[in-house]
Write a protein that binds this ligand. Structure first.
Ligand code: GTP
Ligand code: MG
Length: 137
């Protein structure tokens, strides 16, 4: 088994989808290793999304990710990173496959309900960004 990292983004929390999204995640075979509701500071979001800091939407992305609480989680499953990307669907919900989390709960490219790590390496970095060893079970 291996692990991935996810966040229910501020729009997903605001729109009342925490329970439905966690249910879909566990029903899809992911085990919750760590879980918390928290809010990212501007510095947190700038560092978390540093890879996008030259993109035209960077300011908007940081503004969005810090406007309210998120739910962060580390998830475990065989092939976790790739299977979770399949479960959430395309970045733009208009392109997301039927039944995916973004097709069901995202409203736009910017406000797309959930994050999923894009590699095992980033999953480990992102998980460690939000959780200490004592919060992982
Ligand atoms: P994450 O799981 O959040 O990393 O999304 P992703 O891997 O599907 O997409 P990517 O890493 O390329 O982009 C990170 C986030 O930036 C996306 O989830 C969007 O919220 C946001 N984003 C990407 N492209 C655009 C864009 O063209 N406009 C806006 N407003 N936001 C964008
Ligand atoms: Mg990404």
């Amino acid at each position: 088994t291996n692990r991935t990292f996810t966040m229910i983004k501020p729009d997903g929390v605001e729109n009342g989808h925490i329970g439905a999204i966690l249910e879909k995640i566990t029903a899809s075979g992911f085990r919750i290793v760590a879980l918390k509701k928290t809010q990212m500071t501007k510095a947190d979001a700038e560092s978390f999304y540093a890879v996008h800091n030259e993109r035209p939407f960077f300011g908007e992305l940081v503004e969005f990710m810090t406007r309210g609480p998120i739910v962060a989680a580390i998830l475990e499953k065989e092939n976790a990173v790739a299977d979770f990307r399949t479960l959430i669907g395309a970045t733009n919900p208009a392109d997301a496959a039927e039944g995916t989390i973004r097709q069901l709960y995202a409203t736009s490219m910017g406000e797309n309900a959930v994050h999923g790590s894009d590699s095992d390496e980033n999953a480990a970095i992102e998980g460690a960004f939000h959780f200490s060893g004592r919060e992982m079970f």
